[in-house]
Design a protein around this ligand. Structure first.
Ligand code: ADP
Ligand code: MG
Length: 229
């Protein structure tokens, strides 16, 4: 068994943008190896909660820690080290469209201190294999399908062995079948030990994949005891 290491802990945290509170009294714990779904309608605060974890929305009261980081008083200078421990995946991929797959990943490795070209290359090829797109490193992003783009984005998220994968509607721009392929990949990564928190408004996904579900609703979050049939 794992060590039950607590990665993320929010206690009565109010999350907001400027003076507006988006989620109130959020309490949430994520332990190493967990896979949590975050569900709720558009505008219910899913992205805001995820942003609070990577230091992009403000936590005004309560306590919030990720590893050694106090998320309530993050300094600008801490953001790169915090984000290096997170693998963030977005609905719209956020890749450099006019570069190839290899360069998209190499940019990240260079920016995170990988000095040796050989090490970077090995890391990139090994990571592309993990996400099932070996051999596509020379392809330009704009020549990839949506599913392949999301695999590249997941590869980018994995490059530095993140403690936590944060996926914000990762299947939102994919057709239903491709969505399931990307979900299957995340499932596989979870089985290999990755910790995942995934926001979606697609109830089909949370019925199909059996993970604890947290719902955002009326500015609050609560855990759903059971979903589906
Ligand atoms: N940058 C922003 N400035 C002001 N309000 C925002 C901003 N981003 C989100 N909001 C508001 O916060 C609420 C929650 O949005 P969001 O976290 O994006 O929800 P979800 O991801 O569930 O769709 C919404 O009312 C939205 O209008
Ligand atoms: Mg959102």
């Amino acid at each position: 068994m794992g060590s039950n290491q607590l990665l993320l802990s929010l206690q009565s945290a109010d999350i907001g943008i400027r003076n507006e509170v988006i989620l109130k009294k959020v309490s949430l714990e994520v332990t190493k190896g967990d896979y949590l779904f975050l569900i709720g309608k558009t505008g219910s605060g899913k992205s805001s909660l995820l942003k609070a974890i990577y230091g992009d929305t403000h936590i005004s009261t309560g306590s919030a820690r990720f590893k050694t980081f106090d998320l309530t008083k993050l300094r600008e200078s801490e953001l790169p080290t915090l984000r290096r421990k997170l693998g963030i995946v977005f609905q719209d991929f956020r890749l450099l469209d006019d570069r190839n797959v290899f360069d998209n990943l190499d940019v990240v490795l260079k920016a995170t201190g990988w000095k040796s070209k050989t090490d970077r290359k090995n890391r990139i090829l090994e990571t592309l294999e993990k996400v099932g797109i070996s051999g596509k490193q020379e392809r330009f992003i704009h020549h990839l399908s949506g599913g392949e783009k999301q695999r590249v984005a997941i590869a980018r998220a994995l490059l530095n062995d993140p403690e936590l994968i944060i996926a914000d509607e990762p299947t939102g721009n994919l057709d239903p079948e491709t969505a399931l392929e990307v979900m299957d990949l995340l499932e596989e990564l979870h089985k290999k030990g990755n910790t995942v928190i995934l926001a979606t408004h697609d109830y089909r996904l949370i019925k199909r994949y059996n993970h604890p579900v947290i719902r955002c609703e009326n500015q609050e979050i609560h855990r759903l005891e059971s979903v589906g049939s």
